[in-house]
Design a protein around this ligand. Sequence first.
Ligand SMILES: [Zn+2]
Length: 350
Amino acid sequence: MRNPWQFWIGLGLLAGLAVWWFSGHLDAMTQGKAKPTGEKVRVRLLTEGGEVGPVLEVPKVVRSDKEWAARLSLEQFRIGRTAGTERAFCGVFHDNHKKGIYFCAGCGLPLFRSGDKFDSGTGWPSFFQPFAEENIGEQTDNELGMTRTEVHCVRCDMHLGHVFPDGPKPSGLRYCINSAVLGFQEEGVAPELETIDLAGGCFWGVEEVYSKFAGTYQTEVGYEGGWTKNPTYREVCGHGTGHAEVMRLIFQTKTTGTRKVVEYFFKIHDPTTWNRQGPDVGDQYRSAIFFTRPEQESVIRDVIAQLTQQKKFSSPIVTQVDWAGPFTPAEEYHQKYFQKHGGGGCHIPQ
Ligand SMILES: [Zn+2]
């Protein structure tokens, strides 16, 4: 070789690049957990009153393929994460005429309203405009030998379908969407009971304090938010699952409401520490709220904004706010632990 030193410098640079790449991706590769990127997106949420909310900056939802696989069906994964298409007239929503909100099955972001839906005759749910323009991302798609405009959820990049310029007035647009990547919440059918999943350290203690909360209808402790199916306590404690210890709370919609539940939650734990509550350290002890209805999210984010504005905590609130995934009930001996064994945890209402 004419210049062997160039070869060694080149090899050294390549090795350096490889080390840099691996250091950034090792965690994701070994544990299946995608690191938060810190990237934010501007979206509009559904308000408690069923209206389109103001523009809000929220974290982008980034999940590894393992995490997506743990919370989506095979069909949802094929369509939403690999830009697939469901067969015409086979989806559950192409003929749905109920009033309500269609939201992203990946992150709970509201995407379309029933009032903007029309019968296109194509066999796929069709809308002439989105819930909010901010919530839909677009990109050019040159697959199948033609140029089309692909549309996806701007927050979690779930592939939704395509938009075509042959829709009805007033927009002239036709959003052709796969049913499989949508959830639907009927309008005007407020449930008597709602569910929300709360992670704030050891679930024994969280369940104990919510057993004394006036709005509690029912509690159950379990695991949620990771990338393995049907985890056990032993696996979760081994830090290899990404699941948090959560308490599933069922509460009265009218007499209690999401706001009271969430305000109480911020009185019983420290939302400013990553993966830690007092002496309990580990990702299963992170602070997180998993919402099950799109309008719950706007309430949760509003409470956090108010607490931040009032400077209730000396450090920023780091609570993860995420669409609920599969909830695995914990083993029976963890349920109502302090009621069975006496004593109490370190969760004390402030
Ligand atoms: Zn989404």
